[in-house]
Design a protein around this ligand. Structure first.
Ligand code: PLP
Length: 400
């Protein structure tokens, strides 16, 4: 018998080497209790959460929790069915209405995760004769959506407007083209130049899909994302998003204006061939999305938090993923995986949780400590976080 798992031997070795020094496994943390969007108990101690993507802190919102409980009582624990069979309840229609209102768009289609939304929409709309032109730093779910479909894939250099234009110009003018961009790129927290890129796409006759997973709720005047902030939301053909970040639950969606959009409900396999979200989940999502429309104060506070943390970390001597804070993600660059893991553990010992990110998820082989801020982090917590970075950074030799 050929051991099919032997292909993972190098990774198993790397993991064993890392843990042989007694280091805590950074990819196996258990949250023993979650007290709020910003605090949990991990390894028996109070830990500030700075790596949850819970940007708007909706997970413990009383209205959101109440809506989930009511739906659980009234509709039961799950739908046990696909959206196109027995899995569409009034709650699924209600969350799609909330999304249409939130984005002021004509159509909304809800999937069981954001991953499946990318998988489904990308593989369904771009066919055999079509081209997908995508930023090379795109999220795994975008690449997997491409792999599931039959279109030809044309990557271009990250956030490079000229490279995008050049690629588009080389393609047959009559061919179907889908350009895929993200509002905020989740590894470094940098924002796409959507205004310029969307203009280039329109000039080349390409349709545009923007994944706003990390900007929904926070960026843009009404929280509609980078496309709203840069004034191009009406030129974007498809927006993909998730309920697993600012919305505070689980699920994914696509909103769109083209009138033929609704046909996708019948042909999109990751929508048809899977069970729909539980009633409690769609009820929490709908309540949360409607509250996010009027959350300008929280958005302003989250910007303040991001700016303060970015400036503070820089002042301490850490290298960061962006020169200026561009989103609620602040990436701290580590020299290698060993130092990154040691720093991650030192922060956890201080009482702070951040995400350790490493290749292949990261661009250019980087090891990163990714911080994602929450609108509910208090000024005191941001101060505590900076103190913890200072202590852990000195203990591990990351800063002097
Ligand atoms: C850019 C991007 N798109 C899509 C997703 C998938 O979202 P979900 O967690 O809902 O599957 C993520 C999740 O990390 C993401 O970062």
């Amino acid at each position: 018998m050929t051991d099919l798992l032997s292909k993972f031997d190098p990774l198993i070795q790397q993991r064993d080497d890392l843990l042989s020094s007694g280091l805590t496994d950074p990819f196996a943390l258990v949250m023993e209790k979650v007290e709020s969007p910003t605090v949990a108990i991990c390894n028996g101690r109070r830990t500030i959460l700075l790596g949850t993507y819970n940007y708007m802190g909706m997970t413990f919102d009383p209205d959101v929790v109440a809506a989930g409980k009511q739906a659980l009582d009234e509709f039961g624990s799950g739908t046990t069915g696909s959206r196109v069979l027995n899995g569409t309840y009034v709650g699924h229609k209600a969350v799609e209405e909330a999304l249409k209102d939130f984005y002021a768009m004509d159509h909304a289609m809800v999937f069981s995760t954001g991953y499946q939304a990318n998988l489904g929409i990308i593989s369904t709309i771009a066919g055999k004769e079509d081209y997908i032109i995508l930023d090379i730093d795109s999220h795994a779910s975008i690449y997997d959506g491409c792999a599931l479909g039959n279109a030809q894939i044309v990557p271009f250099r990250h956030n490079d407007i000229e490279a995008l234009e050049k690629r588009l110009k080389r393609l047959p003018p009559e061919a179907g083209k889908l350009v895929i961009l993200e509002g905020v790129y989740s590894m470094l927290g940098d924002v796409a130049p959507l205004k310029e890129m969307v203009a280039v796409c329109k000039a080349a006759g390409a349709m545009v899909l923007v994944d706003e997973a990390h900007s929904m709720g926070f960026i843009g005047e009404r929280g509609r994302g980078v496309a709203e902030a840069q004034g191009v939301i009406d030129d974007v053909d498809f927006i993909i998003g998730t309920f697993s970040k600012s919305v505070g639950t689980v699920g994914g969606f696509c909103v769109s204006n083209p009138p033929k959009f609704e046909i996708l409900r019948l042909v999109c396999r990751p929508y048809v061939f899977t069970a729909s979200l539980p009633p409690s989940v769609v009820a929490t999502a709908a309540t949360s999305i409607r509250k996010l429309m009027d959350s300008a104060d929280k958005r302003a506070h989250l910007w303040e938090n991001s700016k303060r943390l970015h400036a503070g970390l820089r002042q301490l001597g850490f290298k960061l993923g962006t020169d200026e804070p561009q989103s609620a993600i602040i990436a701290v660059l580590m020299p290698d995986l060993e130092t990154g893991a040691a720093m991650w553990e030192a922060l956890l010992d201080e009482g702070l949780y951040v995400n350790l990110a490493r290749p292949p998820a990261t661009p250019a082989g980087m090891t990163l400590l990714r911080c994602s801020l929450c609108a509910l982090h208090t000024n005191e917590q941001v101060g505590e976080i900076l103190g913890m970075f200072a202590a852990a950074g000195r203990a591990t030799g990351c800063i002097s």
